[in-house]
Design a protein around this ligand. Sequence first.
Ligand SMILES: *Cc1c(COP(=O)(O)O)cnc(C)c1O
Length: 396
Amino acid sequence: MRIPLLDFGRIAPEEKGRLEAAFRRVLESGQFILGEEVAAFERECADFLGVAHAIGVSSGTDALLLSLQALEIGPGDEVICPAYTFFATAGSIARVGAKPVFADSCPGCWNLSPQEVKRKLTPKTRAVIPVHLFGQPAAMTNLLAVGRENGIAVIEDAAQAFGASSDGQRVGGRGLLGCFSFFPTKNLGALGDAGLVTTQDGALAERIRALRVHGSRVKYRHEWIGGNFRIDALQAAFLRARLPSVEAALEGRRRNAELYEEAFLASGIAALCPEPCRCHGEERTAPKVASQLLLPRNTAGEHTWNQYVIRYPADRDGLRRFLSEEGVQSEVYYPLPLHRQPCFLDRDREVDELPVAELLARESLALPIFPGLSSEEIHRVVDLIVRFASKNGKEA
Ligand SMILES: *Cc1c(COP(=O)(O)O)cnc(C)c1O
């Protein structure tokens, strides 16, 4: 039995039908860039996410870049972001000429903790970009308070968390700006690249719409220097076709996370990650756990389980090789934290010690969790891992 990380072939027939209809609709319309299809998609997303403005763009990376450009962040400015995230979060900061300042992650929720953000503030800090990593909402209420107290913007990187919520609000709509990706592996996936910027601020929304088309509001008159950050009408139509199924898909991801948790805990060799979440002031001190496998926790808000990431401190890479030999695909998100990436190692910068980011990069392994996965497949993955860990434990 081969178990992939994602199997696009398992889309429900009715959803496939809607995708095919969307293709025909756009083909017949002859409008392939922006237009009515994109406008409708933006309205539907704004409704779903509970925001005033949603702007469809070319990718999640471009959503981040546009957000920073719209705030006129550039050379001389600093932007705080996690070291343990996908590269685009920090790459976009560097691309506008600002300095990414890497902060450590909270050991409980693996997101940027407000305390770490405070430690990294300087007079040059203009913004902070928390990431709702793997679909777990970051501590927005506390992060927004840090932002307010220090006069800095909070830009949410919600690329992995479409549909997640905290304190009764969808993520992406809480910060000054929210950035989403519709890369095919995300909670809502296009059939190619696409992204979205959200905001409650009308003036910022207008600026971003202009920056999306070379900084122009009136054709051939350029008030700012933007770029081509447009979303294809075809991708917008595909995403509209998939949006009605997204709640069911998120439900499927949550069910799979529960199945994993039940099966792993029943095996007797796994435990929930014992580290307390500092963001939410959890007092729990970490009990000594003899178990070797550590499971992710939904620390607060509604997790969307874009990834199910376990930790196996004893031999993560060995476990991954074993799974691969048995036909089970897994992935390491992310093997090298961003503060250690070659492109950010400049000579005048000392490499920070960010122990939680380092630990997660060393121990974490993402297992298949896409909505179409069967419970039989999940039990097979768990059985294989338990077999490997038990054997490994005896030899150690
Ligand atoms: C996927 C992702 C992005 C970038 O999105 P693209 O659409 O691939 O450009 C940015 N940040 C995070 C955290 C992501 O997971």
